[in-house]
Design a protein around this ligand. Structure first.
Ligand SMILES: Nc1ncnc2c1ncn2[C@@H]1O[C@H](COP(=O)(O)OP(=O)(O)OP(=O)(O)O)[C@@H](O)[C@H]1O
Length: 709
């Protein structure tokens, strides 16, 4: 095992077999018992002859020819560790051996910290987060062959790789953290601890960890998933049928039910975190923001979690005591999105998000405002109550789907029920029933990253065409349909904050940059970006360390729909019939072949609307007498802060920190301001249309180049 540290070894009898050499060592009892044995590995436990206690767990490669002899060099290193371990053991009490399950490797004993180091774990990990690795032995990097990069989060890179030992394809998530920063290690370890707590067909399985005593990096080994919902939804021509929507929702809710029954809140349910394998099995992934929760809601937690579009109102209102309902809200958003083909609540800022929620789901009752005592309720309570209008908005949706959406999208979290109850709802009992996952269409491999790359490429090509058209260079001949379809605005619209979206060229560049890793079994680590935020409180700390996940439109202005009436969701059957400016904005979120091509004047008006939206944002920002945010895209933190000003504080060691805090507005005018905002956009749209009608006017279509969007 190349990941072990090595010192100079005493000269041994070269004829002696490694096993003999191992058992000949004075301090080791000859009884070496097999704990587990797989085709290429052997885990053995031995005894310290001095006191008879169990001293070590070994994971040893067998010879490739299948014999039970060990690799000499590996055994030498192991043996040395073994001896060190025994020395160490003389100083400590007899260790108790508890046998626990190790995924993929069988049952292995829990080890003390010393034993963990001896088993190959780096000391920076055993010292701080031994719980995360208890009972496990590290996998060795050179038993994996890195194939390609398949995903990128703010604080992680995900690679497709081949596990050469088990001869299967896996996903390796390399999490960035600072080995000198204990908190950052603990946060990373929490994801591992949570994942190990879960065991369900609809939850991604953590199969092991790759590191070594001398390594500063850690890879999480997952089963490989070909798709995520974002990627599937962005495939051209994809429109889910009712049995398919039910199938995905059933799996999502089953996974959530399992998480909640094990005391885990996911806190970041969104399309890109719902992975789907080639058999149609959906698995909830990315537990980087997850947390254990107290069912009685007594423990304080940060409200700055969940990607904005999927964030429930209580979190936007600053709740710090919450439970399973936060995940159920996100599930409700996914349900709406699967039917609508676009995000149903695509807010740009927290204020706007809340406004959109109230307009669709109604504002909370007086009783709720009184009961909940949410920190921002005085600020965000609308002057006039809003009525819930889910059914009117989504007229085309089947009634049982509306029923479940209304439950999951209840503004009062106590009305959202549980995942178990949702699974028993009429939505799943009414015909047509959920299809079997195996009967789902076989999609080509599709990931959010692929969708982004396609979209980037499409965008990169567009200005070239505009330029050509402007200077009269438009090519003659039949119009080609785009080879690379643009990103769908629906589940494909989530964008991770602080993340660059490489185009196809930059992707290969990216691979070239890490060519060494790919060719040499990723022994060379990518450039580091570490988590170094100083915490305010434990829960918040974790969040800060995690990432900024900016869920916003991928195309500028796409999906924001502020220029449209709030609930002008195009009917499922006729999404292409877009006539208003608002629908035009929405159309940017649809697949290319579903889009109506905007006229030049429409485009101009849209761009001006977007400019107006920008100035509105500035106006709003200037009215905030305090705008605190968790982190910046560089440091990680709040998922929604975008360019909002952040309040810098000094941490205990003088480091700059970013404090999470409420998004306060000095007066109760937010609601009025948003209404005024809507009114002005409508007015603007009206004027744009009038201009369009005037011959030779500013927006005269004849003056505009034909621009494809
Ligand atoms: N097991 C897997 N199989 C295939 N692809 C995966 C797997 N796990 C993650 N990915 C891909 O990598 C991407 C990033 O993974 P993940 O969400 O776990 O990282 P993250 O750093 O927490 O990202 P984010 O900033 O989005 O929260 C996913 O969106 C997915 O496309």
């Amino acid at each position: 095992m190349g990941c072990m540290y090595s010192k100079s070894m005493p000269v041994e009898d070269s004829r002696e077999s490694p096993r003999e050499r191992l058992t000949r060592k004075g301090s080791i009892d000859r009884r070496v018992s097999h704990v587990n044995s797989s085709s290429r590995h052997e885990i053995v436990r031995s005894k310290d002859r001095l006191d008879g206690g169990d001293v070590n767990v070994m994971l040893i490669d067998k010879k490739a020819n299948g014999s039970n002899r060990f690799y000499d060099d590996q055994v030498e290193k192991r043996t040395e560790i073994f001896e060190d371990q025994i020395e160490e053991k003389k100083k400590v009490d007899k260790c108790k051996v508890t046998v626990i399950n190790h995924p993929g490797l069988g049952r292995v004993p829990i080890a003390t910290e010393g034993e963990q180091v001896a088993a190959g774990w780096p000391s920076w990990l055993t010292a701080v987060a031994s719980e995360a690795i208890t009972g496990w032995v590290p996998r060795c990097a050179n038993s994996f062959e890195k194939l390609e990069k398949i995903g990128q989060g703010t604080y992680s890179n995900v690679y497709k790789a081949r596990d050469v030992i088990h001869d299967k394809i896996v996903a390796l998530k390399r999490v960035r953290f600072d080995t000198h920063d204990h908190e950052s290690i603990k946060f990373m370890a929490r994801e591992i601890i949570l994942l190990r707590r879960l065991d369900h067909p609809n939850i991604i399985k953590l199969e092991g960890l790759i590191t070594s005593q001398m390594s500063c990096s850690l890879y999480l080994v997952f089963e490989y998933m070909e798709h995520d919902l974002v990627g599937i939804a962005s495939l051209p021509g994809i429109k889910f049928t009712e049995p398919q929507v039910k199938c995905y929702m059933q799996q999502l809710l089953s996974g959530l039910d399992h998480c909640h029954s094990r005391g885990v809140l996911h806190r970041d349910i969104k399309g890109s975190n719902l992975l789907v394998d080639s058999n149609g099995i959906l698995k909830i992934a990315d537990f980087g923001l997850a947390s254990f929760f107290d069912p009685h809601h007594r423990t304080q937690m940060t409200s700055r979690v969940v990607t904005l579009w999927y964030r429930p109102p209580e979190l936007l209102l600053g709740a710090s005591h919450y439970g399973v309902a936060v995940d159920l809200w996100s599930a409700g958003c996914i349900l709406g999105e699967l039917y609508a083909g676009m995000p149903i609540l695509p807010g740009k800022t927290e204020v706007e998000q809340l406004h959109k929620i109230f307009k669709l789901c109604g504002s909370p009752s007086e009783d709720y405002w009184r009961r909940s005592k949410l920190p921002h309720s005085t600020v965000f309570k609308p002057a006039q109550p809003y009525r819930q209008c889910v059914a009117e908005t989504f007229k085309d949706f089947p009634a049982p789907a509306i029923g479940l959406m209304r439950t999951l999208l209840s503004v009062d979290p106590s009305h959202r029920g549980t995942a178990a109850l949702a699974l028993k709802s009429e939505f799943f009992t009414a015909y047509p029933l959920a299809c079997d996952p195996s009967s789902l269409p076989k999609y080509p491999p599709s990931k959010e990253i692929d969708a982004k790359l396609r979209d980037e490429e499409a965008r990169r090509q567009r200005p070239v065409k505009c330029r050509d058209q402007k200077i009269g260079l438009e090519k003659k001949g039949p119009k080609e349909s785009p080879a690379i379809p643009p990103l769908n605005g629906n589940l494909g619209m989530s964008v991770q904050k602080g993340q660059h979206h490489p185009n196809l060229r930059s992707r290969s560049h990216m691979h070239n940059t890490h060519k060494e890793e790919a060719t040499s079994g990723f022994l060379i680590d990518p450039p580091k970006r570490t988590r170094t935020v100083k915490p305010v409180n434990k829960d918040l700390m974790y969040h800060q360390h995690k990432k900024v996940s900016y869920s916003g439109p991928l195309l500028p202005g796409a999906g924001w729909g502020e220029g449209r009436k709030e609930h002008d969701y195009p009917p499922i059957s006729s999404r292409a019939n877009l006539s208003t400016l608002s629908e035009l904005a929405a159309s940017r979120t649809l697949p290319e072949d579903h889009r109506e091509k905007p006229s030049g004047s429409q485009l101009n008006a849209l761009n001006q609307t977007e400019r107006y939206q920008g100035s509105f944002k500035k106006e709003l920002a200037s009215q905030r007498h305090i705008q605190r945010t968790v982190g910046s895209p560089q440091t990680g933190g709040g998922r929604t802060s975008m360019k909002e000003p952040s309040l810098h504080r000094r941490g205990p060691r003088g480091n700059k920190i970013y404090v999470s805090g409420p998004l306060l507005v000095p007066s109760n005018n937010v609601d009025l301001m948003l209404k005024e905002h809507d009114r002005q956009i409508q007015e603007f749209t009206r004027r744009a249309r009038l201009d369009e009608a005037k011959p030779g006017g500013f927006h005269d279509q004849r003056k505009q180049p034909t621009v494809r969007h």
